[in-house]
Write a new protein. Structure first.
Ligand SMILES: NC(=O)c1ccc[n+]([C@@H]2O[C@H](COP(=O)([O-])OP(=O)(O)OC[C@H]3O[C@@H](n4cnc5c(N)ncnc54)[C@H](O)[C@@H]3O)[C@@H](O)[C@H]2O)c1
Length: 288
């Protein structure tokens, strides 16, 4: 099992549809010891989902925007494990008026909230865990692995608005963390996931249409109800198999990002019989 003996903190499980739930499940199946985090009123939902995981897990309090919670997380993990080998950042949130197509009208405060919770928080989590990334022994040189969840921020999407801007910031934060934590053996990578039906995705107007376009656009196809392919990519990045990978954005999206335009099945243009291109003429080097 590729995560044997690893101690991994997984944020962002709200229910069994959460991408983080699939990652926690796979991590346990691969031999990791897992702790979840949750906060406030959703904590009970997280605890309910946690009971369905293959092995028992503790749920620690973490509002990623709370310095007190971040400090308590460091203390609890130090007490419990003495070290951490991996962390999953699966946290994003934007106020409703920062999503939905009114990009120009979104209030400054809403954009700031989206950035703080969805991008700055990766730095906040990394800072809290940095003292605990100590190497897992057994001759394994790795200090640890931080994995975050991204939605391709290299282009603008319908409705995604300030969350898209926050994801662009997240991509940059991950690169700076890779720079600063690399010398301590800590890798920082993101997974650019295809659309998955989760609670967070449900809050994005137009998510259904975007998700539908993925089915046609992804050369490998895409199932929006199945977070397992994203989870498997995360397991690779949490494992020592990715020991030389940092500052990377790994696309687990069925190949969608590589394709310029989707042609829905059955709608390919028939090859034209008119205007046949002229037959290629052999090149004659004696002619100017
Ligand atoms: N679902 C998708 O289509 C998709 C695609 C690409 C990337 N992602 C990313 O995956 C990650 C996980 O989202 P998901 O789709 O599984 O949805 P989800 O709703 O299951 O998870 C989002 C989590 O963020 C947590 N959260 C929000 N504010 C927080 C805070 N202040 N402190 C701590 N936790 C907080 C919520 O409690 C929740 O558990 C997010 O970063 C999301 O942007 C999702």
């Amino acid at each position: 099992m590729i995560l044997d003996g690893k101690k991994i903190v997984v944020t962002g499980v709200i229910d069994r549809h959460s991408i983080a739930y699939a990652i926690a499940e796979r991590a346990q199946e691969q031999g990791a010891e897992v702790v979840l985090t949750s906060f406030g009123r959703v904590r009970r939902m997280t605890e309910r989902a946690a009971k369905r995981l293959p092995a028992e897990v503790e749920v620690l309090e973490l509002d990623v925007n709370s310095d007190d919670d971040l400090a308590s997380l460091t203390d609890s993990l130090r007490e419990r494990w003495g070290r951490v080998d991996g962390a999953v950042h699966a946290i994003a949130n934007a106020p409703a008026d920062a999503l939905g197509g009114n990009f120009l009208g979104a209030p400054r405060e809403s954009a700031k909230t989206a950035f703080e919770t969805s991008a700055y928080s990766l730095k906040a989590l990394a800072e809290a865990l940095e003292p605990l990334f100590g190497g897992s022994g057994n001759g394994v040189p790795s200090g640890g692995s931080i994995v975050g969840l991204d939605f391709d921020a290299s282009v603008a999407w319908p409705s995604y608005d300030w969350m898209g801007v926050s994801k662009a910031a997240l991509e940059s934060v991950a690169r700076y963390l890779a720079r600063d934590l690399g010398p301590g053996g800590v890798r920082v990578n993101l997974i650019s996931a295809g659309p998955v039906k989760t609670a967070a995705a449900g809050g994005i107007p137009g998510f259904g249409a975007l998700a539908a376009s993925w089915k046609d656009g992804a050369p490998l196809g895409w199932d929006v109800t199945d977070p397992a392919p994203v989870a498997d990519a995360a397991i690779f990045l949490l494992s020592d198999l990715s020991r030389a990978v940092s500052g990377e954005i790994l696309h687990a999206d069925g190949g969608f990002h590589a394709i310029g335009a989707a042609v829905p099945a059955g709608e390919e243009e028939p090859a034209s019989t008119e205007d046949e291109p002229a037959a290629p003429v052999a090149w004659d080097p004696t002619q100017p």
